[in-house]
Design a protein around this ligand. Structure first.
Ligand SMILES: C=C1C[C@]23C[C@@]1(O)CC[C@H]2[C@@]12CC[C@H](O)[C@@](C)(C(=O)O1)[C@H]2[C@@H]3C(=O)O
Ligand SMILES: O=C(O)CCC(=O)C(=O)O
Ligand SMILES: [Fe+2]
Length: 320
C-alpha cells in the first residue's frame, strides 16, 4: 500500500471498509475521527443501478449546451456550468443539482427529455433510495460505535420525509490542451467542506478528487468506480462535538479524460436543531458549537464562498 507523510499527519491511504465484516463498526468510527473520509466495499448496491444512472448522465451531458441550459440556471436546482453557487466561485465543471424530496425540478427536464424525463426520474430515484439506505446503515453503525442510545439518532434525520437532501451529478470535461502547463492547476471544484451530515460519492475511473488533512497539503485520492467514497459533513462534525471531522476536499482537472461523479448529500429537515448530542458532551459548557437549525446553517452557508469556514460563525468562543 502507498504510504506517505504529510507534515504532521501520517496518511496510510484511504481507509477501506468492508461493510460485510463485523469489525467495520469500529473502523468506521476511527476513519471518521482520523480523516472524515473513507471508502466502502460490499455495500450491497447492485452495479446495475450505478451503471444505468451513469449512462443516463453521460447522455445528458452529451446534449448540446443549448439543450442543457433549458434545465438551468440552478436555483439552486437545475443545470449549471462553471459557476458554482451564487458568490463568485467558478470551476471547470458542469453539473445537475436535484432535490431528492420534491419532484418539482422534473418539469424542467420534460422540455428536453420528453418521455425520457420519466425514465431519468425513475433511475435517479432508484439510485438515491439505495444510496440513502446505505448511508443510513453507515450512520447507524457509527451511532452504535459511539454508544449513542438511539441507534437511529443520525439516520432518522435522513429518513425523515422532510429531510433536506440533495443529489448532484458533476461532469468535468478534459481540460483543453491550449491552456498548456497551466491547465494542470485548473480547479474543477474548489476546496470546501460539505455542509450536510454525510456525503456518498461515486465516480468513474478518472482521478481528480483530493482531500486536505492539514492546511495547504493535498492528497490525491485514486479513483475507484467499484467503491463509494463517504465523507463526514459539517452537521455531523457538530453533532459529534468535533469528534468526527468534516473533511476539506476539492477536484482538480484532468487533461485527457472526463470525470463523472454522482454525490448524495444526506441532510436533516430544515427545522431540525443541530447541536452536539448530549451523550457526547459532559455538559452544556463542553459544547464547541452554538445550537442552530439546519435552515439557519444552510442560509448562512449559501451566502458563503466555497472555501470559507462555514462553521466558524457557529463556534463558541473559548473563554480565555
Ligand atoms: C459556493 C457554494 C456552492 C454550495 C453553496 C455555497 O454557497 C457553499 C456550499 C456549496 C456546497 C458544497 C457541497 C454541495 O456540492 C452543495 C450542493 C452544498 O450543499 O454546499 C454546494 C452548494 C451549491 O453548489 O449550490
Ligand atoms: O465531483 C466530485 O468528485 C466532488 C464534488 C464535490 O465535492 C461536491 O459536489 O460537493
Ligand atoms: Fe463536496
Amino acid at each position: 500500500m502507498e504510504q506517505f507523510s504529510i507534515s504532521k499527519t501520517f496518511f496510510p491511504g484511504v481507509p477501506l471498509i468492508d461493510l460485510s465484516k463485523p469489525e467495520s463498526k469500529s473502523q468506521l468510527v476511527k476513519a471518521c475521527e482520523d480523516f472524515g473520509f473513507f471508502k466502502v466495499i460490499n455495500h450491497g448496491i447492485p452495479t446495475q443501478f450505478i451503471t444505468e444512472l451513469e449512462s443516463e448522465a453521460v447522455k445528458f451531458f452529451s446534449l448540446p449546451i443549448s439543450h442543457k441550459e433549458k434545465t438551468g440556471p440552478p436555483d439552486p436546482f437545475g443545470y449549471g456550468s462553471k459557476k458554482i453557487g451564487n458568490n463568485g466561485d467558478v470551476g471547470w465543471v458542469e453539473y445537475l443539482l436535484l432535490n431528492t424530496n420534491t419532484q418539482s425540478d422534473y418539469h424542467k427536464f420534460a422540455s428536453i427529455f420528453g418521455e425520457a424525463a420519466e425514465k431519468f426520474r425513475c433511475i435517479v430515484n432508484e439510485y438515491v433510495s439505495r444510496v440513502k439506505k446505505m448511508a443510513c446503515e453507515i450512520l447507524e453503525m457509527l451511532a452504535d460505535g459511539l454508544k449513542i442510545q438511539e441507534r437511529n439518532g443520525f439516520s432518522k434525520l435522513l429518513m425523515d420525509e422532510e429531510s433536506d437532501s440533495v443529489f448532484r451529478l458533476n461532469h468535468y470535461p478534459p481540460c483543453p490542451t491550449e491552456f498548456g502547463e497551466s491547465s494542470k492547476n485548473l480547479i474543477g471544484f474548489g476546496e470546501h467542506t460539505d455542509p450536510q451530515i454525510i456525503s456518498v460519492l461515486r465516480s468513474n475511473n478518472t482521478s481528480g478528487l483530493q482531500i486536505s488533512l492539514t492546511e495547504g497539503n493535498w492528497i490525491s485520492i485514486p479513483p475507484d468506480s467499484n467503491s463509494f467514497f463517504i465523507n463526514v459533513g459539517d452537521s455531523l462534525q457538530v453533532m459529534t462535538n468535533g469528534r468526527f471531522k468534516s473533511v476539506r476536499h476539492r477536484v482538480v482537472t484532468n487533461s485527457s479524460k472526463s470525470r463523472l461523479s454522482m454525490i448524495y448529500f444526506g441532510g436533516p429537515p430544515l427545522s431540525e436543531k443541530i447541536a452536539p448530542l448530549p451523550s457526547l458532551i459532559k455538559g452544556e459548557d463542553d459544547s464547541l458549537y452554538k445550537e442552530f437549525t439546519w435552515f439557519e446553517y444552510k442560509k448562512s452557508a449559501f451566502k458563503s464562498r466555497l472555501a470559507d469556514n462555514r462553521l466558524g460563525f457557529f463556534e463558541k468562543i473559548a473563554a480565555s
